[in-house]
Write a protein that binds this ligand. Structure first.
Ligand code: NIG
Ligand code: FE
Length: 417
């Protein structure tokens, strides 16, 4: 199978030699080729360059059945990598949304049975099939919006059986979608009501029962903990990460969303792949992230939806750090997986340049979910997950036209959908 995309107005995020990530002032640079072609063979990107240098494929052996797309006026981007979602869930939570509009606090909503525990109750009542069907609808939606890789967390089960049920649904999604999917075990997302006042016992359950069973069925790539004020402490996080790492699950955690929680430090201590949210980041946290292998990941959708302070993204980049962006797609704090809108929020609310936002949603977010060797840029040998835009005047137009669907065609693993 060969697919040739020709006359591309701009081929975005091109790499001759793939990089691990893009950091600091480099984040403002995007390598692009104007008037370009892209050749895909089977599932992979095999070649690209300027139209004037394009080989005469018509005359080459083995090129008699090449599908061709003429992309005149249109751009080609590598698909977004969404490195942080909770997109397996049952039901929505728009009642809490209206309660919030009316002025109810997070605590008041939780007291009425809202929040993560609300989703846990619905998760318990849903069958694996129901969860799979609902999640696949979201998967199809994010594919149509340009996402080519997604990380999905458990964490709405909060019992041994229900956490396994969620992770089995994620496994089924992995096996049945052309998207690249990574899974994270987030048993320590909230303390279930029946463990109130006995949080340590719940942590023991996560460590002694859940983690070994999750590992035995090979259901998780990563281990996550909500390490924050009112949720899990640094000490508890330390114990849970240690337990997960013994089974080969690399940490990738929720940190510093509600306070200077120490989450970043414990994440870096255990070489977390990423620390995510990061509304509360000061000099100490930045110093800790420097020279680490941990990707600071910001979730502008959650900060927007919950009206939170913005993470100091510019300070992190000025200090030379890389930054990734993800959607946090979940029913409580970010009910959308639209990565193009995440770029717009990053530009408007965090003053990221459009080029920085593209780097943060492709190469850097690929690193944050451990797929940077196969995805995140246009590079020879990488998986051919790309999208073709509609006719647009510039790269900046993508986040600028924040409400418009600018995607004309999606190609996953070399197949046009
Ligand atoms: O990433 N911060 C913790 N967990 C989720 C919210 C989950 C929910 O409210 O359902 C998040 O934003
Ligand atoms: Fe999250």
């Amino acid at each position: 199978m060969k697919l040739l995309i020709s006359n591309i107005k701009t081929l975005v995020q091109v790499e001759e030699t793939p990089r691990k990530w893009v950091a600091g002032t480099d984040m403002a640079n995007l390598n692009c080729i104007d008037n370009a072609y892209l050749l895909i063979e089977d599932e992979k990107i095999s070649d690209f360059g300027k139209m004037e240098d394009m080989p005469n494929y018509d005359e080459m052996e083995g090129f008699d059945h090449v599908e061709e797309i003429d992309a005149t006026g249109r751009m080609v981007f590598p698909s977004f990598c969404d490195s942080h979602t909770h997109l397996v869930y049952a039901g929505s939570r728009e009642i809490e949304y209206t309660d919030k509009i009316k002025g109810l606090s997070y605590e008041e909503i939780a007291k009425r049975g809202g929040g993560i525990l609300n989703s846990a109750k619905r998760m318990h009542d849903a069958t694996e099939d129901e969860l799979y069907v609902a999640a696949m609808e979201r998967i199809h939606e994010i594919i149509s919006m340009g996402t080519g890789a997604v990380e999905i967390k458990s964490g709405y089960g909060l019992t041994v059986e229900d956490e396994l049920k969620m992770l089995r649904v994620i496994k089924r999604i992995k096996e049945t979608t052309p998207l690249t999917v990574k899974s994270s075990f987030l048993g320590a997302h909230a303390v279930p009501a029946e463990y109130r006042g006995r949080q340590g016992e719940y942590v023991d359950l996560v460590i002694n029962e859940m983690i070994p069973l999750v590992a035995a069925e090979e259901l998780a790539d990563y281990i996550d903990v909500f390490c924050d004020e009112g949720f899990f402490t640094v000490e508890e996080t330390d114990r849970i990460l240690n337990a997960g790492m013994k089974y080969g699950m690399r940490p990738k955690i929720h940190a510093n969303e509600l306070d200077y929680s120490g989450g970043i430090q414990v994440g870096v201590k255990y070489n977390a792949l990423s620390v995510d949210h990061l509304e509360f980041v000061g000099e100490e946290e930045i110093k800790c992230l420097k020279d680490s292998e941990t990707m600071p990941t910001v979730l502008p959708g959650a900060a927007f939806f919950l009206n939170m302070v913005c993470s100091p993204v510019r300070d992190m980049m000025n200090a030379g750090l890389p930054v990734a962006l993800a959607s946090d797609f979940n029913p409580g704090s970010s009910p959308s997986g639209n990565m193009k809108f995440i770029m717009s929020l990053a530009c408007i609310n965090y003053k990221m340049l459009p080029q920085e936002a593209v780097n943060a949603t492709t190469i850097n977010s690929a690193y944050a979910m451990g797929v940077q060797e196969e995805l995140g840029s246009i590079a020879r040998g990488k998986i051919a997950n790309v999208f073709i835009t509609k006719e647009i005047p510039s790269i900046e137009f993508m986040p600028y036209a924040y409400g418009s669907n600018l995607i004309d065609a999606v190609i996953l693993r070399g197949q046009r959908l």
